[in-house]
Design a binder for this molecule. Structure first.
Ligand code: SAM
Ligand code: FES
Length: 360
């Protein structure tokens, strides 16, 4: 079978047998890639038109109790300058974002025990009270089910928690022993059962990742059916154990974005900041390969350069209004329209939980 036939089949059936998917991933020519992107664009446009959804990202703490080997804000990085936004500062970011047209606020941070469930619930309910027409997304890592229930009751409706890699052996190479893929998946299942719109995902080209890991991730996500999928290239950070590892590539990330779009026609799929970091037009190319979300930064300019997950992160010197305008211009230039509504996921909420069995 040629790759173009594989792409047709992937589009029709939403998946491919493992061997066919492996061939598609490993033998992709430039011509095949163009066919793949074209297919992904048309599938995305059938569901979402030319709209690109805006999410305002507020990186509210870079304290983290975890020690993921790839991450620049890991606990062991003594060089990281730590900061926490106050509740008032977070609300202020939302107020400014609201005036700029944002209707989703993504509160992201390290796993910071200072932000207890009670504090998070207080912040979420105050944002919802001030801006009832906005959605709040949390991305604050692993917590017990009861915490997630409390966040949902306080008004958070969406949660981003990348699974990072579904293979336990690979997970163990990227994380210290106390972090397990089993608990990560437990969190994802809990979130989904509680009623959150859930996002999972992984880094492309993370250390020790081979095509087998990528295939497992694709089939895991196909079975889990998330509402959102966050993928971006791994980029090394100088003060982590993976400082000398190569970054994930632009091409591989674009191929995967397009394949994910064909497997999940209605998923919300961001063109990430990491993609914009490895290439100046990375986010535009991501949108043209099937992504449909961008997440400009709303964090105060004074702390942005401290939320350094990887080296060279872009947009650390800009104000929120500049990021918003810049994104709109970038999208218009490639023929897309920035949509200011809440932009809820169209993925239906029927649970289809991961059974632990590998599917082909
Ligand atoms: N603490 C929360 C969590 O773990 O879900 C949210 C913050 S965490 C920094 C957000 C994401 O950043 C991670 O899921 C990871 O995939 C990504 N990330 C961390 N280090 C990275 C790196 N060196 N290159 C690319 N992405 C990275
Ligand atoms: Fe903070 Fe991984 S280092 S969650």
């Amino acid at each position: 079978m040629t790759n173009q036939l594989r792409i047709d089949r992937l589009r029709r059936e939403g998946t491919l047998p493992r061997e066919e998917m492996r061939r598609l991933l490993t033998d992709m020519t430039e011509e095949d890639a163009q066919v793949l992107y074209e297919a992904a664009r048309s599938v995305r446009e059938a569901a979402y038109g030319k709209n690109v959804y805006l999410r305002g990202l507020i990186e509210f703490t870079n304290y983290c109790r975890n020690d993921c080997l790839y991450c620049g804000i890991r606990r062991s990085n003594r060089k990281a300058q730590r900061y926490r936004l106050t509740e008032e500062e977070i609300l202020d970011c939302c107020d400014k974002g609201y005036l700029l047209g944002f209707r989703t606020f993504v509160l992201q941070g390290g796993e910071d025990p200072f932000f207890t469930d009670e504090k998070i619930c207080g912040i979420v309910s105050r944002i919802r009270a001030r801006h009832p027409d906005c959605a709040v997304t949390l991305s604050i890592g692993e917590r017990p089910r009861e915490s997630y229930e409390a966040f949902f009751a306080a008004g958070a409706e969406r949660y981003l928690l990348r699974h990072e890699t579904i293979r336990p052996e690979h997970y163990r190479k990227l994380h210290p022993r106390n972090l397990t893929i089993e608990n990560r998946v437990r969190c994802l299942r809990d979130l989904r059962e509680i009623g959150f719109q859930v996002g999972c995902g992984m880094m492309v080209g993370s250390p020790f990742q081979t095509v087998e890991e990528v295939l497992d991730d694709l089939y895991f996500m196909r079975e889990f059916r998330p509402h959102m999928i966050g993928i971006g290239p791994f980029i090394p950070h100088a003060d982590t154990p993976f400082h000398d590892r190569p970054a994930g590539t632009l091409e591989e990330t674009l191929h995967l974005l397009a394949i994910i779009r064909l497997m999940h026609p209605r998923v919300l799929l961001p063109a990430t900041t990491a993609l914009g970091t490895i290439h100046p037009l990375g986010r535009e190319m991501g949108i043209q390969a099937g992504a449909n979300v961008v997440m400009p930064n709303l964090s105060p300019a004074g702390v942005r350069d401290k939320y350094m997950l990887y080296d060279g992160k872009i947009c650390t010197g800009d104000e929120a209004a500049e990021c918003r305008r810049c994104m709109e211009l970038r999208m218009e230039k490639i023929g897309y329209h920035v949509e200011v509504g809440r932009g809820d996921s169209l993925v239906n909420r029927e649970p289809a939980l991961y059974s632990g069995k590998e599917k082909t």
